[in-house]
Each structure stands twice: as structure tokens, then as C-alpha cells.
Write a protein that binds this ligand. Structure first.
Ligand code: NAP
Length: 252
């Protein structure tokens, strides 16, 4: 039997960007823990297929996390149809890799919109109800690149570094209303987003050498951290980023 501090059954959780990859794995973990889960993404068919593979009560909500009015309508629709949100995981994100001298302005804005502005928009929309009710958990999916960077991904690292500070700022503003906001920082995890890196044998070998755990991460590796941050066990944890990276950010 698990400790009651980790019991989140019956809670309603929204995971943005959960049609695949990390978001889908986190949604599965929350569903297995007894939450009612709402999946989000921009492709309705892909979301329906993802929902069909999850246990328990699963809903879908199609909206673009970068568009303020769609976000507001999406959150209002979920709270109407499914119920008040207890847990929000801001996971939707993209990666665009190019040398900084050649980085296109439009790509810079797309990265900022998808990885950073989205967390502000969805977080603000969800926190309106959470602060009124006096409880809620928000988990922002940061990255080991909230702390360290390598050539070719400066804009991505800038968004994830800023997301770490937004996490602390949300904690400052909403903590007094009983809402805990924290971050989870994945290391190198095998998903569609990292597929080009996994295929690159030299890079892949570097990741394995560079990571104390000696391997790429799996999406399931991230579930325990999110369940902890979403649970009453984390009621006094605020503004922290929990790095789940096989130890990579700790060693040179
Ligand atoms: P992924 O496999 O590319 O999945 C991204 C998800 O986000 C998809 O479900 C996608 O669905 C959705 N999405 C993208 N743009 C969206 C938008 N504007 N509105 C709504 N949904 C949108 O990526 P991942 O590897 O699972 O990464 C998930 C998160 O973890 C990201 O924030 C990423 O930065 C972070 N992260 C990943 C790694 C890693 O190694 N993979 C490491 C550290 C951090 P649609 O395209 O259908 O909308």
C-alpha cells in the first residue's frame, strides 16, 4: 500500500502537449494514479488515438497553447465539461536547432511562444480557478537546458532558463493562495523531439558517456517526479526544479 501523502486519485489533471512523447507518458502516469486526465494538442485525431490507449476517465481538449483566446476558451471548456482543474502540467514544447548566427527570427519567436508564453497563458488561465479554490498544483516541464547549454540550441535554452524563473515567479504570486508551482527538468529522453540526436551514433554515445546513469532517459523515468510534485507530499515544495536527468547536470 502506498503512503496517503502520495494519493492523488480523483483529481482532475490537464497535461498540455500530450498526444505523444513525454506529455503522453505523464498523462498515463496520472491516469494510472487514479486522476481524471485531460489530453491536449493541436491534432484532434492524434489526441483521440492517444486517449483510447489510456486507462480510466480520459478527456481531450484541442487548442493551441500559444494562442491566448484559444487557451482561455480551452480551460473554460474543460472546467465546464470535466470539472475544476486540480493539476496542470505545462509540457507542450518544441526544439529548433541551428547555429545562433543563422537562427531565423521567426524560429526564435516560435520557440518563445511554444515553450515559454504557453506556460504563462495556460498557467494564468488555470490559476484563476485554482487560486479562488485555494488549492492546485502546477508543474512546468523545464529541461537540463534550464541550467546548461551546448552550441546550436541557445534559443531553446533561453526559453527553458526563463521557464525556470517563471516557475519561481508563479510560486511567488500564487503560493499565498495555496497553489504550488514547481518544475521538472528532464535530461536526454528518447522522443520524437530528440529522434535526430538518438539517430546520430556519435551524439548518442556522448550522451551515454556524459550521463552517470549511462543511458538515455525513457519517458517513464519522468512519471515518479510528476506524481510527487502533484501530490500532497509536495504541499510545502515551491518554485523548485526537480532534475530527472540520470545525474547529468551534477557532473562535468
Ligand atoms: P514531442 O515528442 O515533440 O511532443 C510535443 C507535444 O507537444 C506533442 O504532443 C505536440 O502535439 C504538442 N504541441 C506542440 N506544439 C503545441 C502547441 N502549440 N499547442 C499544443 N500542443 C502542442 O516532445 P517531447 O520530447 O515529448 O517534449 C515534451 C516537453 O519536454 C517539451 O517541453 C520539451 O522541451 C521538454 N523536454 C524534452 C526533453 C527530451 O529529451 N525529449 C528533454 C528536456 C525537456 P501536436 O503537434 O499534435 O500539437
Amino acid at each position: 500500500m502506498s503512503h496517503p501523502l502520495f494519493d492523488i486519485s480523483g483529481r482532475t489533471a490537464l497535461v498540455t502537449g500530450s498526444s505523444r512523447g513525454i506529455g503522453l507518458a505523464l498523462a498515463r502516469g496520472l491516469a494510472e494514479a487514479g486522476c481524471t486526465v485531460v489530453l491536449n494538442g493541436r491534432d484532434a485525431d492524434r489526441l483521440e488515438r492517444a486517449a483510447a490507449g489510456l486507462p480510466g476517465e480520459v478527456h481531450t481538449s484541442v487548442f493551441d497553447v500559444t494562442d491566448g483566446s484559444s487557451v482561455d476558451a480551452g480551460i473554460a471548456g474543460i472546467e465546464d465539461r470535466v470539472g475544476p482543474l486540480d493539476i496542470l502540467v505545462n509540457n507542450a514544447g518544441v526544439q529548433l536547432r541551428a547555429p545562433l548566427l543563422e537562427f531565423a527570427e521567426s524560429d526564435w519567436h516560435r520557440l518563445l511562444d511554444t515553450n515559454l508564453t504557453s506556460a504563462f497563458l495556460v498557467g494564468r488561465a488555470a490559476a484563476r480557478g485554482m487560486t479562488q479554490r485555494g488549492r492546485g498544483k502546477i508543474i512546468n516541464i523545464c529541461s537540463l537546458q534550464s541550467e546548461v547549454v551546448r552550441p546550436g540550441i541557445a534559443p531553446y535554452a533561453a526559453t527553458k532558463g526563463a521557464l525556470k524563473m517563471l516557475t519561481k515567479g508563479m510560486c511567488a504570486d500564487w503560493g499565498p493562495y495555496g497553489v504550488q508551482v514547481n518544475g521538472l527538468g528532464p535530461g536526454y529522453i528518447e522522443t520524437e523531439l530528440t529522434a535526430p540526436l538518438v539517430r546520430d551514433e556519435e551524439f548518442s554515445a556522448w550522451v551515454r558517456r556524459r550521463t552517470p546513469a549511462g543511458r538515455w532517459g525513457r519517458t517513464e523515468d519522468l512519471v515518479g517526479g510528476v506524481l510527487f510534485l502533484a501530490s500532497p507530499a509536495a504541499d510545502f515544495v515551491g518554485g523548485q526544479v526537480l532534475y530527472v536527468d540520470g545525474g547529468m547536470t551534477s557532473v562535468l
